[in-house]
Design a protein around this ligand. Structure first.
Ligand code: 3HC
Length: 310
């Protein structure tokens, strides 16, 4: 056993990948299943906020883009559930854990999409934050997760760009359109900063996830990176980020920003967000409505495998 542990530690220390057939500590397996499953749940639940606008997109082009984006999120979720299965997790069980509230999904998806500008702001800020969080995960120590991230990050950059382009078009429009964009930015800015998780001082998983090179940066480091890349983009767009304390700090080489309301993150993670109940109810209904498809696919696979089954 000592040899196996030593080999695992050497693999992590030399920045090589842990693969499904490798020995790994139970704690590593458990936290990988936890993080990958919650990431997958976030992708699937994340289809809902923008999905509500597919039938109301203002042009065929915008509808086609939004359809492609929401479909991508479904694919990301399925990709990540497959990565979780390489660790021995069961996809149906993970879905049950989500529906019973025993596993989480990103807090950001518990906010309503009130106007069409929210679709653009989600692409720009939420997918922008996802890129900041997910690019380092391409170097995560668990092979299947890191490889899944490479494909997902390529698609996320399309998501972020389409959102930004949509907002630029609206900002070149009427005063009412510009006000709609600013209203969406005001509502989504702080929840987007909360996507990166609690502050490092109250993050129970970060230290161990960093030691195992699952995470390559801490929550606060990635949050700061997101603020630093987003401020100049907001300036080009012509929107104001809703933080009077936001300013460049030449000494730090980063932007200072105001305090985050951690009680809001705690409340939303705990189920008290504006849309938590609705998001789970919609997910549960979709899962139940899709039971016949799963049964048919299982029956078809059994028939194809024949009596001996193979
Ligand atoms: N929403 C919900 N739960 C959150 C959260 C958030 N924004 N931030 C933290 N949490 C939870 C954690 O899951 C953990 O709970 P758990 O132990 O029961 O799982 C607890 O709060 C403490 O947080 P930690 O910082 O200690 O936990 P982690 O080390 O896991 O860090 C994380 C949290 C940064 C979200 C990390 O899990 C991560 O990087 N996950 C992978 C990326 C991901 O899931 N992104 C979510 C958005 S997906 C997305 O954006 C899709 C795109 O298409 C828009």
């Amino acid at each position: 056993m000592a040899d196996l542990e030593e080999h695992f530690e050497r693999t992590i220390a030399s920045d090589r990948r842990v693969e499904p057939r490798d020995w790994m500590p139970d704690g590593y397996r458990a936290t990988m299943v936890r993080q990958i499953a919650q990431h997958a749940h976030s992708e699937i639940i994340g289809m809902q906020p923008e999905g509500e606008w597919i039938t109301r997109a203002p042009t065929l082009r915008r509808k086609a883009i939004l359809l492609a984006k929401v479909q991508d999120e479904a694919g990301h979720g399925l990709y990540l559930y497959s990565a979780a299965e390489t660790l021995g997790a069961d996809r149906a069980e993970l879905t049950e854990m989500l529906l019973q509230g025993r596993q989480k999904y990103s807090s950001i998806f518990n906010y309503p999409t009130r106007t069409y500008a929210d679709v653009g702001v989600i692409g720009w800020l939420v997918d922008g934050a996802a890129i900041c969080n997910q690019v380092p995960l391409c170097r995560s120590s668990y092979g299947p997760y890191a490889r899944a991230m490479i494909r997902i990050c390529k698609e996320e950059s399309f998501h972020q760009r389409q959102g930004y382009e949509l907002l630029a078009a609206m900002m070149a429009g009427t005063a009412a359109q510009r006000a709609m964009v600013q209203g969406a930015v005001d509502r989504w800015w702080w929840p987007a900063l909360m996507m990166f998780g609690p502050p490092d001082t109250s993050s129970p998983n970060t230290a161990r996830s960093m030691a195992w090179k699952i995470k390559r940066h801490t929550n606060d480091e990635l949050r700061q990176r997101f603020v630093d890349v987003t401020v100049p983009q907001a300036r080009v767009l012509g929107v104001t980020l809703p933080d009077p304390e936001l300013r460049w700090n030449a000494e730090r080489g980063h932007h200072d920003f105001g305090p985050i309301d951690w009680s809001e993150l705690k409340r939303v993670i705990g189920g008290g967000g504006p849309c938590n109940e609705r998001r789970i109810a919609v997910r549960r209904a979709a899962h139940e409505d899709g039971a016949w498809v799963r049964e048919a696919a299982t029956a078809h696979a059994a028939k194809r495998a024949g009596p001996g089954g193979s």
